[in-house]
Design a protein around this ligand. Structure first.
Ligand SMILES: *Cc1c(COP(=O)(O)O)cnc(C)c1O
Length: 431
């Protein structure tokens, strides 16, 4: 983070002290904790700066060169670059970079292709799927007739036989392949064969694995999927937002569904930050980063298993894993709160066939994208695996608690989230 950029939070800019205080405390929280939430990351100082730019002042309804507002020549430049780079990264025939989030990107595909009451088939939420894949509490389950597939409870792997059976049974108009919590490769080719069998569209939601796909560490959804949606802020390490890609024949429908179907003015400052993130993702360093995410994840899974934990599916092919806590004395809720008390951030998560309620669960989901951005490697994964064991095996031991806190502090101090973080800390220490 450059000094200039830090000044954004300084009182010289007359930032409301309450806002400044919250921002500064959040910065310190991020710096001082070990972030293992699999969907989070730390963007580059460049992405931060671009997102904080004057582009936030601009209305630009429409698409590049086809706007409903004047003065769009420069935002056109940046949106065109974002579109071209995204297409190049994924070998996508068509791309729209305007969705405000992953949820909006998914809704755009549904709005473009479905009518209320249509059958859809997605991965169940409690098996690793996402709310937007047909959950009853989401518009996708409210307006559409949602049906679900899951994983084999013994192997933890997607049961493709069951996907085919369900597909034949319910004849969905669209099949959604993608997950928020699945540690293995998703076979998009197999999904396409199933979709072909029942004459359904295939939508791949690669929100979690986008970075791995770019680095060719996870099989690509193209050319198999008709539609590919993603967030830009998880392994892709860009600003918080979404994108939709599709085969050329659906381009006009998708663009119209995003605007004017679902959104008004696009967030041009976020689109510029997406363009910056896509540039970063095209660099060799990004490939190295993705490789290290997976190395760290696989090493951490092995270290946790050695420490006596069960890992759903026995390991991981990607950036995340779920600890199945049913052989321990703690639930997902207790474990995540205990770890949070020593500044290790994870989220509780259901394991396949979880006996606990969704708010309690029997698992915790752990991912390595954020710690890998900080520069942590296998040695640090070993330390983290040991800290997790020490805390969960000694919930109420104050001496151990304090030892863990000290170790977390040592680790986070050695791996600052931004280069000049200590300079910055001093500057804001008045809060
Ligand atoms: C995170 C995620 C989303 C939603 O992204 P938001 O930006 O939070 O709306 C959609 N699908 C999957 C599979 C996800 O993991």
């Amino acid at each position: 983070m450059s000094t200039k950029n830090m000044n954004k939070f300084d009182n010289s800019l007359k930032i409301d002290p309450l806002v400044a205080k919250a921002l500064n405390l959040e910065l310190l929280r991020q710096q001082n904790s070990i972030e293992l939430i699999a969907s989070e990351n730390f963007v580059s100082p460049s992405v931060l700066a671009v997102q904080g730019s004057v582009l936030t002042n601009k209305y630009a309804e429409g698409l590049p060169s086809k706007r409903y507002y004047g003065g769009c020549e420069y935002v056109d430049m940046v949106e065109k670059v974002a579109i071209d780079r995204l297409k190049e990264l994924f070998n996508a025939p068509h791309a729209n970079v305007q969705p405000h989030s992953g949820a909006s990107a998914n809704l755009a595909v549904y709005y473009a292709m479905l009518e209320p009451g249509d059958n859809i088939l997605g991965m169940a939420l409690d098996q690793g799927g996402h709310l937007t894949h047909g959950s009853k509490v989401n518009v996708s389950g409210h307006w559409f007739n949602s049906h679900f597939y899951g994983v084999n409870p013994h192997t933890g792997l997607i049961d493709y036989e069951q996907v085919l059976q369900k597909a034949k049974e319910v004849k969905p108009k669209i099949i959604i392949a993608g997950a928020s919590n699945y540690p293995r490769f998703i076979d998009f080719e197999k999904f396409r064969h199933i979709a072909n069998e029942v004459n359904a569209y295939l939508m791949a939601d690669i929100a979690h694995i986008a970075g791995l796909v770019i680095a060719k560490l996870h099989p690509s959804p193209f050319p198999y999927a008709h539609f590919v949606t993603s967030t830009t802020h998880k392994t892709l390490r860009g600003p918080r937002g979404g994108v939709v890609m599709c085969q050329e024949e659906f381009a006009a429908k998708i663009d119209k569904a995003v605007f004017p179907g679902l959104q008004g003015g696009p967030l041009m400052h976020v689109i510029a930050a997406k363009a910056q993130a896509f540039y970063e993702a095209s660099q060799p360093k990004f490939i190295e980063y993705q490789k290290q995410i997976v190395l760290n994840s696989q090493f951490l899974a092995k270290a946790l298993i050695k420490n006596g934990f069960n890992i759903v599916s026995g390991g991981t092919d990607n950036h995340l894993m779920t600890i199945d806590l049913r052989n321990t004395t703690v639930t997902g809720k207790v474990a995540s709160e205990a770890l949070e008390s020593v500044n290790i951030t994870v989220n509780k998560n259901a394991v396949p066939n979880d006996p606990q309620k969704p708010f309690v669960t029997s698992g915790i989901r752990i991912g390595t994208p954020a710690v890998t951005t900080r520069g942590m490697m296998e040695d640090e994964m070993q330390i983290i695996a040991n800290l997790i064991k020490d805390k969960l095996n000694n919930l109420n031991d104050e001496t151990i608690h304090n030892k863990i806190l000290a170790k977390v502090k040592e680790l986070t101090t050695s791996f600052p989230i931004y280069e000049n973080i200590y300079e910055y800390n001093q500057m804001i220490s008045k809060y």
